[in-house]
Design a protein around this ligand. Sequence first.
Ligand code: SF4
Ligand code: SF4
Length: 381
Amino acid sequence: MTEMNKMIATTKAYACLDCGKCTAACPISRYDSGFSPRMLVYDAIHETDIEIVHDDRLWQCLTCASCETICTSGVRYGEFIRTLRGDASEQGITGQCTHGGALQSLMHIMASDDLKQNRLDWVPKQLETATTSDTLFFVGCAPYFDSFFSNLEVKTRRAAQGSLALLNRMGIIPAVSPDERCCGHDLLNSGDIDGFKKLANQNVKEISKTGAKRVVTSCPEGYHTLKVEYPRYLGNTGFEVVHLTELVAEAVAKGELSFNKTKRKVAYHDPCRLGRMSGIYDEPRAILDAIPGLTVVEMSHHRGTALCCGTQSWINCGAINKQLQVDLLKEAKATGADVLLTACPKCQIHLKCAMHDEVLGQDLKIKIQDFAGFVAGALAR
Ligand code: SF4
Ligand code: SF4
């Protein structure tokens, strides 16, 4: 059996019934009739390895899991596309890096052994962290994003600060690593498996130094990568991974957190990694419902059908990707909400990017805020 045939078997691509449900659900297919997940599965089965790794469609996919969620044959499309990208990457073929490849460079720099970082600048003086603890808060790349995307007025650092405030209020003083690295999500999803493994091994080593047996994340990509991909590629990591909203929802249910009254109206966006890929839909909503006076409205597409923020892993951002961001912003505006909340820093960046577009962004202005920062801001003093 060739490597390609093995991959087709493990991802259940052979089970494809050619029904086309995936194509009907795919956001890229909606705007590009030449793109179809069904056809890519068919072509991978019937074409040669050489033909398929040179196929540009490999890099168009958003890895949003809309197809995988709807497929009744259980085709694991995310893994399928990632494996094909890995094969392509081994032959030096990659997608088109956005932002001049600066973010890919940052990820590779972070993989160096002798890296010197000033990583804890974001920790507010009034909040507590520890060097060793049962629980570690995995911060993610938010502290870098605010600097890199300052022109878009991105405020992803508030996600980290809000998360820490919520953890402290729940009586948790988490370890925060001064030498944490990028979780590796984007390298993995771009097919750079070696680069991903380097970052993952460094993070596991750093986490073990703190003695933590539980890792809390607020970033959906970090959550899914640490929880699902680290064990898949590295084996047992020695820690469990929970999403911040799981802990906060539990505290809310026990009546351990109280919030100030507000008159705001918010729409909550389900990020692909937290919703479709991790099944965390109820927790964020239960937390928002606990804030007195807060009106929570749903966008037309929410939970499993939530729209994707349009691009991924800092590759291939073009006209269709921008259109998908515009579609999401239009849905948010149509709710009449004064704030659009998302738990994902990348969603915030991509949506703000579309909003700042001089032509497309007109009439799409809406306040976009990080979920953890918003909830922490509502905590009663
Ligand atoms: S939904 Fe599943 S079975 Fe149907 S065409 Fe797509 S991959 Fe094949
Ligand atoms: S993961 Fe999303 S973008 Fe990629 S083929 Fe499936 S539905 Fe389309």
